[in-house]
Design a protein around this ligand. Structure first.
Ligand code: DC
Length: 244
C-alpha cells in the first residue's frame, strides 16, 4: 500500500526523528507492517530477526551446530567479533549481508529456521546483536522489529507497538505463505510449530518476548494489510504531533 506524501509527517530537523520499536509473536505480520511504515515515512527498516538468522547461518557453515541440534556456544561466542552483519538495498528490497555476502535467501531457509532458536538464546549472541542494533538506531529515524526491541534494545523508543494475533490466525498465514512457495506442509504441523515457537520465545531466559509496559497493543487477527498499515501510520503521526 502506498500513501501520498502528504499523509505522513516528517521533519527536516534530525532531532525530530524517532525510533519505532515493533515487537510481537512469529508470523504476526509485524515485519510487513514495520517495513510499510518505514517506506511510508522514509525511515530505515531493520529486521532484527534476520541478524539472529545470519549468526545461525554462520554457525551452521562453520560446523558449530551438530546433527542433534546442540550448539557449541563457546565457539559461537568466540567468533562473534568476526561476524559482520549489514543490510543493503537491492532492486528487490532490503537484503541481509554476512561478512559482505548477500545471504538473504539462505537465512530464510527451513534449515536456518530450524536452528535459530537455540542461537537466539545464547546470552553472548544477544549482547553482541543488541549492541549492533543500538548502533543502527543511533541516528534515530528507524523502524526495527523483533521480540525485545521495546524492552531491551530501545527501552526509550518514542513509539512501541506490540503485535499479536491468535495462534490459529498466524498459523493460517504461515501455512498460506508456505503453500505459495510450493512447500509440502499441513496446517496442523504449522500450527504446532507456531505454538512451539511462541513457547520458546516467551520462556527464554535471556530477553524473552514480553510486551513493554508502554507499548501499544495491536491484535490484527481481523485486519487487512491496508488497515494495519493505516493504523501504524496513525500511531506514528500521533507520536510526531505530540512531540510538537
Ligand atoms: O522474526 P524471525 O522469525 O525472523 O526471528 C528469527 C529468530 O530470532 C526467532 O527464533 C526469534 C529470534 N529473535 C529474537 O530472539 N529476538 C529478536 N529481536 C528477533 C528475533
Amino acid at each position: 500500500m502506498n500513501f501520498e506524501p502528504e499523509t505522513y509527517m516528517t521533519t527536516d530537523d534530525s532531532s525530530g526523528l524517532i525510533i519505532v520499536a515493533v515487537d510481537g509473536y512469529s508470523s504476526s505480520g509485524k515485519s510487513t507492517m514495520a517495513k510499510a511504515l518505514a517506506r511510508n515515512v522514509g525511515y530505515r527498516y531493520i529486521d532484527s530477526g534476520a541478524m539472529y538468522r545470519a549468526v545461525t547461518l554462520y554457525a551452521l557453515r562453520n560446523n558449530m551446530i551438530s546433527s542433534d541440534r546442540s550448539v557449541d556456544t563457546t565457539r559461537v561466542a568466540a567468533d562473534l567479533d568476526q561476524i559482520r552483519i549489514d543490510f543493503i538495498l537491492t532492486s528487490d528490497g532490503q537484503h541481509t549481508t554476512l561478512n559482505g555476502e548477500d545471504v538473504e535467501k539462505e537465512i530464510r531457509s527451513m534449515h536456518v529456521s530450524n536452528h535459530v532458536s537455540p542461537i537466539a538464546a545464547i546470552p553472548a549472541v544477544r549482547h553482541a546483536l543488541v549492541a549492533r542494533q543500538q548502533q543502527f538506531g543511533r541516528e534515530k529515524g528507524i523502524v526495527m522489529d523483533g521480540r525485545d526491541i521495546g524492552t531491551t534494545v530501545f527501552p526509550d523508543a518514542e513509539l512501541k507497538i506490540f503485535v499479536n494475533a491468535s495462534a490459529e490466525t498466524r498459523a493460517q498465514r504461515r501455512f498460506q505463505e508456505l503453500m505459495a512457495k510450493g512447500a509440502e506442509v499441513n496446517y496442523e504441523e504449522v500450527l504446532a510449530n507456531v505454538v512451539h515457537r511462541d513457547h520458546i520465545d516467551e520462556t527464554r531466559e535471556e530477553s524473552p518476548l514480553r510486551k513493554a509496559d508502554d507499548a501499544i497493543v495491536l491484535d490484527n487477527s481481523c485486519m487487512t494489510e491496508d488497515e494495519q498499515n493505516r493504523w501504524m501510520l496513525d500511531r506514528f503521526n500521533e507520536t510526531i504531533s505530540r512531540r510538537g
